[in-house]
Design a protein around this ligand. Sequence first.
Ligand SMILES: *Cc1c(COP(=O)(O)O)cnc(C)c1O
Length: 423
Amino acid sequence: MSVDFETAVFNSLPADKGLYMPTFFPQIDKEMMSEWGKKSLSEIAFDMAYALLKDDISAEDLKAIIDEATNFDAPLHQLENDVFVLELFHGPSLAFKDFGGRFMSRIMAHFLKREQKEIQILVATSGDTGGAVALGFLNVPGIKVTILYPKGKVSLIQELQLTTNGNNIEAIAIDGTFDDCQALVKKAFHDEELNGKLNLTSANSINISRLIPQMFYYANTYAKLKDQFEELIFVTPSGNFGNIAAGMMAWKMGLPISRFIAATNSNDIVPEFLETGIYNARPSVQTLANAMDVGDPSNFVRILDLFDDQLPELKAMLTSYAYHDDEIKRAISEVYKTKDYVVCPHMATGCLAVVTDKMLHPNLEKTAYVVLATAHPCKFPDVFSELGIEIEEPEQVKEMYQKEKISLAMGNSFEEFKAFLMK
Ligand SMILES: *Cc1c(COP(=O)(O)O)cnc(C)c1O
């Protein structure tokens, strides 16, 4: 069943338990793309978003939303002649999830203003999602945000991003695991009394409005490299496979991309699937690249859908490699020593994937690899002190240390959480 964009944004999940996808992919005009070399990230973003959403949002409103949501850069850092890092960590939470968080919040606010409604977002986080949601929704009118995180189990910078905001953002430290936080949020969404009183909405990564803005930086990278290279291969460190699904949506709209490589940690469900044809979901294992510790990637069905579930077609476009923690550590040291560049554990899987892929395809010409740097390394400090690498913290982190941490401590009983929400 198809619904309009607004419904897809607020429902997050369709009733049939699938995921929302655009019903068709408008093709980006070739002439327009040839002009992109002269355009900024937010101008290119507008071209793509307008092609997709022109029946749902006026050009003027969409432009204002994008200018506000995409107000930081996604620069390329050259590592080798044919290898680039796409730095996606220059937003407020220092991770690529800022693109999704900021766009989603402003899209929601846009529709809410029209309907004079208020909503309450509930989100459970193991670290990175919560920061992007908190900072993405901060001071956005009509929306209150409650974030549950496992006490003592997120990094210091992640905790500061969750707890130093105030205003419409509320953080709760749950005495338990991420799964406990997730279970509380799920129960709340199913509780009739709560839903009768509050307009509860989710902000998780399967929301289609988080994927759309992630197409923008693939397009912007193409614009920057199109005159130097004929073929582009994007290497995306993947967990729930939303980021790479967005790249594939951009390709589906006509962006010239030769191939995608999904780099994973030991949670190798997708590389295994591409090799064997068997999708074996299983509990995730803990790794250094913990934002990718996913045992049943929620967005992978979107990728299958883009290829009409045809494995040979999918395999022509998608390659996937998996790496263990010891390989991740070695890659971080190696890149630091040889390139004087610090990569986070997630991005390290991408660097490893380039090495593997070059070995398997030694004679590629006029081809560039672009590795997506999904987070700033300072968000994952433990591994770097162990490796003896010092990281420079961005200015916004230094400012956060000055602010007061405010969070509510709570056990993991649903009654307590519900009573808190009801009052
Ligand atoms: C969320 C996250 C990922 C995984 O992205 P998906 O879209 O879930 O594949 C990778 N790296 C970092 C740093 C993240 O926060």
